[in-house]
Design a protein around this ligand. Sequence first.
Ligand SMILES: [Zn+2]
Length: 351
Amino acid sequence: MSSLEGLSNDQPLIDTRKLVRRERGFEVELPRHLAEVDSRRLYLGRACPSMFDYCVKVLGFSECVAYKRIAVARAGRRFPGLLDAVQQGEVHLTGASLIAPHLADGELEPWLAMARGATAREIKQRIAEQKPREAGPNFVRKLVVKPPATPASQSRVVRSKAETETAVPLQVKTNPRPTNDSAPAAARAPHPEPLGESRYSVRFVADADVHAQLEELRDLLRHTIPDGDVGKILAKAITELLERVKKQKVGSCARPRAPRASSTKTPSRHIPAEIRRTIWERDAGRCAYVSRDGTRCGETGRIEFHHQVPWARCHEHAVDNIALRCRAHNHYEAELAFGAEKMNQWRPGSG
Ligand SMILES: [Zn+2]
């Protein structure tokens, strides 16, 4: 028998109210601490490139909860009245996270008035009435492709053919990712894991110029893509762009030359392609920052080449001295080497 079963009918109600009041205290105390971790960028030393990564990977929050708490933490730092309202039970945490992105535009009180005592759905509706969106957001969504009952769907210029969609939004590279920036961005969902026949619905809003270029491409590619399928055209464009960007970034090419040297003394900051390629392959295209407890960052976005002994001191590009870093960790280590003040004066790109 549970210790609660012997209580009178009133007691669980009284105790639950007490627990909710105590929980509100934590709901407010936690964002205050998160804001401190965020503003001091303490997550970097824990092998996380952003506050969002820290909340998900280290603190174990779900993506949705991480987004809400970061949004409230950042807004609460600028508008302490928001946290007071949560603590008093006037606005719930979800409500606070919904109005948080709009607070930069104006005063706190009108937004609090809108959210007080309202359900999350009511708050969303009121925000939508005040700030109607002109167009839907860009997104990438995983599709459940049912086996071959229907022919393969074909994307079209005007409207994609309807397909069965899961409710799970996946990584949106076209949306801002939550980073160190002051405004919390859209929640960073996990990277898509292509499995077998998995496919993704990609939607974006194009302006008239892009639409005209797409139409021109469809006509020019008729000999290789006779049906003018936009999905096939974009796949081809993405493959070619990826190859070009990788060539610029990593120095990869169809038949790479064998590396001639593992280091080179040079007055130029430019890292030779052979050395860049060797490092990229060794670090698997991921940030190789490792925290004191042995955790590797592993971020794949905004990757830069980082000199462990700063290039300004050694004037040498050596494979053993260079490693991949995400931008956050590249800056973090440069600040450790030169000091934040110096870095603010220099603001170097990489290295
Ligand atoms: Zn990193």
